[in-house]
Structures are given as C-alpha cells and as structure tokens.
Design a protein around this ligand. Sequence first.
Ligand code: PLP
Length: 411
Amino acid sequence: MTNKENRPITEILTKSFPQKDIHGSISMPVYITAAFEFETAEEMEDAFLGKNGKHTYTRISNPTVEAFEARVQAISGAKHVMAVASGMAAISGVFMTVASAGSNIVTSPHLFGNTFSLFLFTLKEFGVEARFCNLLDIKEVEKQIDENTCAVFTEIITNPHMEVVDLAALAEVSHKKGVPLIADSTIVPWTSFKAPDFGVDLEIISSTKYISGGATSIGGLILDYQTFDWTQSKRLKSLAEKVGKRAFQVKFRAEIGRNMGAAMAPQTAFLQNLGLETMDLRFRQAAKTCLELALFLKELPEIKQVNYNGLPSDPFYERGKKQFGDYPGAMLTFSLENRAACFAFINRLKIIRRATNLFDNKSLIIHPESTIYGTLSPEHKKIVEVPDHLLRLSVGLENIEDLKADILQAL
Ligand SMILES: *Cc1c(COP(=O)(O)O)cnc(C)c1O
C-alpha cells in the first residue's frame, strides 16, 4: 500500500496485541475481573514487587487495558502510555504527579471547562497556582515562568476560542527555563498531529472523543515521550536521579495512578481498542465535512463569524498547516446575532443533535456560554471570554448535504 492516506489504518490494524491469545482470538479478549490469583506465595510476592510482570488487581493493571496501552504506544510512538478512566483523570493525574504545594502552572485561561475549573478551584486548594496568561505571546510566557513553575500546559487548538499556539516556540521557551511542555491534543489525533515533533513532553488525550469510536465510553490517555529531564523538576528530582527520564512513568505507575484509583475499565479498553481501528478514517471524513461546512457557513448572511483553523482566512491557518497538515480537527464555532438567535437555531435543528461531547459519529451542537461555562460567576466568565452569541458544532459522519439542509432550515 503506497497510498499515504491509508497508511495510518494499516499501521493500526497490523499492530497486534502484546501476547498472542491462547485461542487465537482476532479480537482483544476482555478480562472482566477485579483480581488475579497465584500458584504460590513466592510468585505472589514477585508480582507485588513488580518482578514477574504479572497482574494482581485491576485498579493497578489489567491485561485488556495493558493491550490497549501497548497498541496506542506502538502507533503513537510514545515511550510509555497510561490509560485512565477519563480525560479529566488523565489531566488531574498528570498534575498530581508533577505539581506540589507552592508550585505554579503557566497556562491559558482558554481551556476546556473542567480543566479550567481544576486549575482555578481544585488545585488552588492544594496550594498550586494557575498562572493564566496569553500563550500566543511567547515573551509573556517567558516572564510568567519562575523557579516554582512545574509545567507549561496548553491545548493544541483551544476550544471554543479556536486559537493555535506555536508549539515549537512554546517548547523552546519552556525547555530553556527547565520546565516540561504538557499538551492536551484531544482535538487532533496523532495520525495528523505528532506531538514530539513540536517538543511536547507529555501528551494528554480524552479518548472519549475520536478514539472511543462514536461516544461509546469515557476514557483518557497519558502519552509519555520521555524527552524531559525530570532532574529539573522539584517534585521528581530525586526519583529522576535514580530512574532517569522514566521518572514520570515510575511515579505515576507505582504511586499516583494506583492511589488516585481512576483506572480504565477493561470493557472500555475493549471498545476503545476497536475505535482505534477506524479512528483515522472517521477523523478524516469528519474533518473534510467540517472544512466544507465552514466554507458554506461563511457565505450565509445570518452568520456573523466562523472559526475553523482549516479556513485559509483563519488567523492561525499557516501555523495549523505546519502542525496538523490538512486536518485541523472536526469542530468549528460560529456566531449568530445574539444568544436568543442561538437558542432559536438550536431548537429548530432536526439532524444535528443537542448534546455536549466532541467527535461522536453524530454531529453535535452546544451553546458553550450557557452550558459548559454556565455555572461560572460573572467574574470568571470574564476570564474565559466565551461570548454568548457563539455556537460550537462538532461534525460527525452524516452526509454533508443533509447537514447543510438542516442548518438552512434552522436559520
Ligand atoms: C472532553 C475533553 C476533556 C475531558 O475529557 P473527559 O474524557 O470528558 O474527561 C479534556 N480536554 C478536552 C480538549 C476535551 O475535549
């Protein structure tokens, strides 16, 4: 197969599971069990000390989850992959591992709603400060980083603001200051976005989105490229002196992951492993439809503005091409006259569904200001800057003509 577009699929389908199934099952067997038993006390001791690679308890590891992680690792090129219960479990788990009381995170206020809330409320109560700044301004980022900064954190395309940071520049300034760059890349899968090419040290993905294969389950992934020298980290320094670049992996696996207890369920690993097999096909189709819809929406007089990185008129178009190629996600935002016009439009839709979530096979619409950011105080709403005339559309796999007709009749 020399067709470049089909390479990622072949790559996924031909990566088999780490251990051959005893029955030769071509699908991944699902081990729905809490515990694993041993022949002898000695074997049990070795398992608990991590000496024989055997599973003990599903909160700590499970063969189905492990096979999913191994497949993600093989096709993403990460050095180590950790699958957890949700995208938020991945984000909170990462900061439970790298931050400590007195440290700060340099980030943007333009974040996924729960990530913003984690930084603004939850971590604050543990003495971790979020320094919200403009990540598009590298000089400002440099000024915000100090000796207590544990990480620079960004989303690769902010949602719903649709900004695209210059990741290589952000990585350069972070690394110069001895700080890792951590990125949430949920919006563009790794078949179109190669995080390590832009200096990202830890990549976080909500596998609920593209990977789950049509909103089948909640899950999260931490991809560790082991590019960062953790001896520069206050929290991980002493461990890094012993285990080198594996410090994050060891801290998460041996302590944080099992203590927080947000393990991925084996049933989820099965579904998401299956989702992986069609991810790139679904993604490319949805992204193509998304671009066509963005061009279509731009021409409609009722629509004030359309934001999509794949539009040549987008302020981040060139940077997006460099970072994501031709497929900068399958989500766009657009503005109508006001909040009332948005609500009326949503209420008239017949094909596009009224739901939160991204990258279902079905197209989904939401009014972010009244929902995702709805419970924020006026003061916090000002920080996140989500206007009330904005709608977010996640594009699915429906026929494009049907989607266009639905939009036209609802306007
Ligand atoms: C959905 C999402 C999350 C959270 O993922 P869950 O699986 O819902 O916990 C985090 N970041 C981004 C960009 C998301 O879209």
